[in-house]
Design a protein around this ligand. Structure first.
Ligand code: HEM
Length: 407
């Protein structure tokens, strides 16, 4: 089947295609932009099965034959430490790293960010309130998670805009061959920057997550420098490239469903269930990250061969009519709402409580301060970022005042 599911055009509205796949070909072999074959799994129950099944692993070394490994695309040597990040590892290797990060990334640490998120949203809104329009992504949805994760890790304020530029190039790497080439220098700068941060914090610990990770100890063992590098790299990228999409896609959905927008404005106490619905309806991650079949696995009548690359399509599962009544409608009071946006199983999102907290505060503050918020352009003209795993807007131009004559 030929469609470029990493392209901005496909990202604009992938849902009709996923609906067709769910009914006609729930496990579908596709070609990726780089020519690799992959299997898309699109039904809710099958996505759950893939995320929980130990025969689908994250580490290629646990899945592929030596011959298959030999055919993998060349990766520069300096990338190697990054492949030891916990999202790309299985079993005991993963469990050890997750136990170590759990010591540093605690509920207390997340809760302590509440006041800072409130002051930051206030500052960002002060900056735009007097203007007639803004780009909701660049001026609001992006700076919130970027600043928060950077402050948590102790990244100096002057460096923050740089790491988003580097990570943007990295998450778009698999969208095209050019994307892959462009990612190489960006990864190099990113690695150099994180190694410097680790050295500074090892010598001079502060009250931040990087210093806590340097100190973290499990069964008498610490993270070594490459593991620290991979962990901080993962936290910086996962900590902001996802939440920007939750806020951006969530606000876009509200602007397209004015009755739901009015409901939330009237009762801000609905924000918790509203954010769960934004997670379902707008799926900030279109697919879970890569998994590989450790052996031949039969799913929905299709055999995925050993070493096969599998994408569990969260955005499709979240709109599966077998699981959610009226799946294409936004309903901020939907209950139950067992969306899969934070994944499932051993790789369940570490940052879910932080992402929820940021979205609750950011969206309620925005609606309270900007009662005239509306789209500045037709939804069809919005541009989506390329890439396989994430789904988010390049920009979201909005008008801040009500049209003349409307009270
Ligand atoms: C709306 C925001 C977010 C969404 C939708 C999201 C989604 C996900 C998903 C689906 C996974 C599992 C991927 C898979 O199994 O292939 C995951 C894992 C992860 N997320 Fe998030 N995430 C969000 C925010 C965050 C934040 C704010 C952080 C960090 C501060 C974070 C850190 C991580 C980490 C470290 C993992 C890997 C966990 C592991 O391998 O054990 N995420 N996330």
């Amino acid at each position: 089947m030929q469609f470029n599911f990493a392209s901005p055009e496909f990202k604009a509205n992938p849902y009709p295609c996923y609906g067709k796949l769910r009914s006609e070909a729930p496990v579908q072999r596709v070609s990726l932009p780089d020519g690799q074959a992959a299997w898309l799994v699109t039904r809710y129950d099958d996505v759950v099965a893939v995320l929980k099944d130990e025969r689908f692993v994250k580490d290629k070394l646990n899945a592929m034959t030596p011959e298959q490994l030999g055919k993998q695309a060349w990766v520069p040597v300096f990338f190697r430490p990054l492949t030891r990040n916990m999202l790309d590892l299985d079993g005991a290797d993963h469990a050890r790293l997750r136990a170590l990060v759990n010591k540093a990334f605690t509920p207390r640490l997340v809760d302590a960010m509440r006041t800072r998120i409130e002051s930051l949203t206030g500052e960002l809104l002060d900056r735009v309130e007097h203007k007639g329009r803004m780009d909701l992504i660049a001026d609001y949805a992006l700076p919130i998670p970027t600043t928060i994760i950077a402050e948590m890790l102790g990244v100096p304020a002057r460096d923050r805009h740089r790491f988003h530029r580097w990570s943007g190039a990295i998450v778009a790497a698999n969208a095209s061959s050019w994307g892959m080439l462009w990612a190489i220098p960006n990864v190099w700068f990113f690695i150099r920057f994180i190694r410097k941060l680790i050295h500074i914090r090892s010598k001079d610990p502060h009250d931040d997550l990087t210093s806590a990770l340097v100190k973290a100890e499990e069964a008498g063992k610490h993270l070594n420098e490459d593991e620290l590098l991979a962990m901080i790299f993962l936290l910086l990228i996962a900590g902001h490239e996802t939440t920007v999409n939750l806020i951006g896609n969530g606000i876009l959905a509200l602007l397209q469903f004015p009755n739901q927008l009015a409901k939330l404005r009237d009762d801000p106490g609905l924000i918790k269930s509203a954010v769960e619905e934004f997670l379902r309806y707008g799926s900030p991650l279109e697919t879970a990250t890569e998994r590989y079949a450790r052996e031949d696995v039969s799913l929905a009548g299709v055999t995925i061969p050993r070493g096969g690359l599998v994408y569990a399509v969260i955005a499709s599962a979240n709109r599966d009519e077998r699981q959610f009544p009226d799946p294409d409608m936004l309903d901020i009071t939907r209950s139950p709402n067992r969306h899969l946006s934070f994944g499932l199983g051993e790789h369940y999102c570490l940052g879910a409580p932080l992402a929820r907290l940021e979205a609750h505060i950011a969206i309620n503050a925005l609606l309270r301060r900007l009662p005239g918020l509306r789209l500045a352009v037709a939804p069809k003209s919005l541009r989506w970022r390329p890439g396989v795993v994430l789904r988010g807007l390049e920009s979201l131009p909005v008008l801040l005042r009500k049209p003349c004559g409307v009270r």
